[in-house]
Design a protein around this ligand. Sequence first.
Ligand code: LMR
Length: 329
Amino acid sequence: RQALATTAALAAGATLLPTAQAQSPIVIKFSHVVATDTPKGKAAEFFAKRAAELTKGKVKVEVYPNSQLYKDKEEMEALQLGSVQMLAPSLSKFAPLGVKEFEAFDLPFIFDDYNDLHAVTQGPVGAKLLKKLESRGITGLAYWDNGFKVMSANKPLKSVEDYKGLKMRIQSSKVLDAQMRAIGALPQVLAFSETYQALQTGVVDGTENPPSNLYTQKMYEVQKHVSVTNHGYLGYAVVVNKKFWDGLPADIRNQLTQAMADATKVANEDALKDNQDALAKVKASGKSTVYEPSKGERFLLKKAMFPVHKQMSSRIGEETIKDIYKATN
Ligand code: LMR
């Protein structure tokens, strides 16, 4: 009888006592497709730690790396359905949601370096783009950097002609499709989680990715040649389910906003070095020959790919492209 009374008292008090909250933290499931030891993987871990600190344990961020919970396409659906609360998909993966403006980030040679990139992602153009996600039930919180892409295949990739007829894995972006066709390659969309095997079995001949992904997914073990073309950029938008985010108590949302700002700073400070280190490790492995194209070779690649800007402008939206040109001038 005494036990029953205690249980009843606890149950009655539970809704009143603030300490009851501490026992059941708000859980944020954060799913992503890359390895933990990457710019995105590390930033997600940092955010989880910082969120726990700043909310004093009221929020628990569970990070699921390496597509272990969802693959590319499924994770977007899972976010909209509320099965996960947070993701950081690459910017190339938002167009299938109907937000085609994001494909501007895929345009080859649109950014010369990280300074150009940050002029967009850390300024009004970037903020305007994130706002466009709201109509899809998604709130954009930040941009996390990865890096500039290299090309890989089982043959040397020096001149534009070398890409002719190669089946190249791409992310699901029409701009990347056009970019590969512009150099005579045959683009093939595959989930990130399927890429290593597709390269290993010869389903595709090659791919493009920042060195950090090439290295941590061991793609370099099944690609004999890597060319440091830096022809395009791959990075992320950190997004949350809007309903979930708007429904959080204001103090918690503020603390999480701070944790995200801190994680973003760390992520974006480390991304360049992570990619340099990854490329050095690929070189040191001896499994892949890393080629640095000459200025002239890179110029010819740019010349072949640049018409994609015009070709894709009505799809992406001329305004977005102009905004980016202006911000990076
Ligand atoms: C890819 O699919 O190649 C990338 O988007 C993976 C990632 O998230 O970096």
